[in-house]
Design a protein around this ligand. Structure first.
Ligand code: ADP
Ligand code: MG
Length: 382
C-alpha cells in the first residue's frame, strides 16, 4: 500500500511538472468586420461552440464541419477583461516569488494580436492591465509585515526581433544586441536598456515613444510591424535589505508576435519575401518549441531562433506560459485560420454535418413554398 502511495505521489509530481512546462493555449475570435459594400452577406466561416471549442467549415468537404478544442476559447463578444481574468492574471503572483512567465499573441495580421496585447484607452489589453496589477501587487507585498526587510523593484525593457536581429526600442541606436546565458541558465541581453517603473505613468512615459519608434520604422518599411516580434519584458526584483541580501527575480515577457500568415500565398516578393522567410522560420521554431513542450519531448529546440532562445528561461520548464491565438471569422482568412488552429488545438474532430451559416437580413425572407417549421430552420441553416 505504501508503495502505491509513493507511486501516486511521484505521479502527481510528474503531473505537476508537466502541467507547468505545458504552454496553455487560448483562442480568441475577433468580431466579424463589415465589408465595404453595404449589402454584402457576411461570410463568417468560424463559430464558437462553448468556452473550449469552436467549429469551422471543412473546405475539402462541404458536408462536414471541423471542431477544435483548446484550453480556453473566447468568442467574438468576449471583453478585454475576460481575456485578462481568464488567461493572464493568475500567472502574475508567481513573478513575485522569482518565477518566470510569458504571454504571447499569435495569429495572422488583422486577427487582433495588437488589440489583445495593447488594446486602446477605452479597451485596454493584456499589457496595461498586467503592468497596473503588478505595480499594485508589489506595493501590497512591500507593506506586508513578513516583507519588512525586503524591497520590490519593477523594471522594463522593450525590444523588437526583426530578421533575427534584436533591436532596443527604448534606445534605437542599439540595433543588433546579443543574447547570452549566465552560469545559472538565466537568459539575458547585455547592453539592453532597463527603465525602473514606480507608477503606471512611468511605464507610459517609456512605452509610448518606444512604440512610436516601432511605428515609424514600420511605415518606412511597408508595415514591418506585422513581420517583427515586439517583446516587452517586465522584471520584478525582490531584494533583501539585510544579510544575506537575497534576491529573487521574476521575468514576464509580453509578446506581440509577427503575423503568422503564409506570405508565399499572399504573394509578397523581393525583400519582403526574404523578411517573411526569416519570420516564418522564427515562428516555425516557436511552434516546434510549443509542440515539444506540450508533448513532453526530451529535446526542445530553443536555440534554433532568436525569439525562442530569448524565451528559453521563460517558456516551458518551471515558467508559466500562455499563448493567445487570434483568429478572424472572414472567409478571406480561412487558410491562415486553419494553420493557426492546427497549431493551437489540443484535439480536432470531423463532424458529419454541413457548417450552418447564420445570415442576418434586413427584410424577412419569404420562402412561399415552405411550411412554418421549415421556415424557422431555414434562418439558421443553409
Ligand atoms: P493584428 O495586430 O493581429 O494585425 P489588430 O489587433 O490590429 O490585428 O486588429 C485588426 C483590427 O481589428 C483593428 O482595427 C482592431 O481594433 C480590430 N479588432 C481586433 N480584435 C478586436 C476585438 N476583439 N473587438 C473589436 N475590434 C477588434
Ligand atoms: Mg498588430
Amino acid at each position: 500500500e505504501s508503495v502505491s502511495m509513493v507511486k501516486r505521489a511521484s505521479m502527481l509530481d510528474q503531473h505537476k511538472k508537466s502541467s507547468c512546462a505545458r504552454v496553455r493555449v487560448a483562442v480568441r475570435l475577433r468580431p466579424y468586420m463589415e465589408e465595404k459594400e453595404e449589402d454584402k452577406v457576411p461570410t463568417a466561416c468560424v463559430r464558437g461552440l462553448d468556452s473550449h471549442s469552436l467549429e469551422i467549415v471543412n473546405w475539402r468537404n462541404q458536408l462536414e464541419t471541423m471542431q477544435y478544442q483548446f484550453d480556453a476559447f473566447y468568442g467574438d463578444s468576449a471583453s478585454q477583461r475576460e481575456i485578462y481574468m481568464g488567461s493572464v492574471c493568475h500567472i502574475l503572483p508567481h513573478l513575485l516569488i522569482g518565477q518566470n512567465a510569458s504571454v504571447f499573441a499569435y495569429g495572422p495580421t488583422g486577427a487582433g494580436k495588437t488589440h489583445t496585447m495593447l488594446g486602446n484607452p477605452d479597451q485596454p489589453g493584456v499589457i496595461p492591465r498586467a503592468v497596473r496589477e503588478l505595480l499594485q501587487m508589489t506595493r501590497m507585498a512591500a507593506s506586508a509585515p513578513e516583507n519588512e526587510n525586503w524591497t520590490y523593484t519593477i523594471t522594463m525593457s522593450y525590444v523588437e526581433i526583426y530578421q533575427e536581429k534584436v533591436m532596443d526600442l527604448l534606445e534605437p541606436k542599439n540595433k543588433d544586441l546579443p543574447i547570452r546565458e549566465d552560469k545559472d541558465h538565466n537568459i539575458l541581453i547585455p547592453g539592453v536598456t532597463l527603465k525602473t517603473i514606480n507608477s503606471f505613468g512611468d511605464f507610459d512615459e517609456h512605452f509610448i515613444p518606444a512604440s512610436q519608434n516601432r511605428t515609424v520604422a514600420s511605415t518606412k518599411l511597408n508595415d514591418r510591424s506585422s513581420r517583427s516580434h515586439a517583446v516587452l519584458l517586465i522584471k520584478v526584483q525582490k531584494s533583501q535589505q539585510v544579510a544575506p541580501f537575497r534576491q529573487l527575480i521574476g521575468k514576464l515577457y509580453l509578446i506581440d508576435l509577427a503575423g503568422s500568415e503564409d506570405n508565399r500565398r499572399t504573394g509578397n516578393q523581393g525583400i519582403r519575401l526574404k523578411e517573411s522567410g526569416a519570420i516564418n522560420s522564427s515562428l516555425f521554431t516557436l511552434s516546434k518549441v510549443v509542440d515539444a513542450l506540450n508533448q513532453g519531448l526530451p529535446r526542445i529546440p530553443y536555440r534554433d531562433s532568436k525569439l525562442t532562445r530569448l524565451l528559453q528561461d521563460s517558456l516551458g520548464g518551471s515558467a508559466h506560459s500562455v499563448m493567445i491565438t487570434n483568429i478572424a471569422p472572414e472567409q478571406t482568412y480561412y487558410f491562415d485560420t486553419l494553420t493557426a488552429l492546427n497549431f493551437a488545438a489540443k484535439s480536432k474532430q470531423i463532424i458529419n454535418k454541413p457548417f450552418s451559416r447564420e445570415t442576418t437580413q434586413t427584410v424577412a425572407a419569404q420562402p412561399a413554398m415552405k411550411r412554418p417549421r421549415e421556415e424557422a430552420e431555414a434562418t439558421t441553416s443553409s
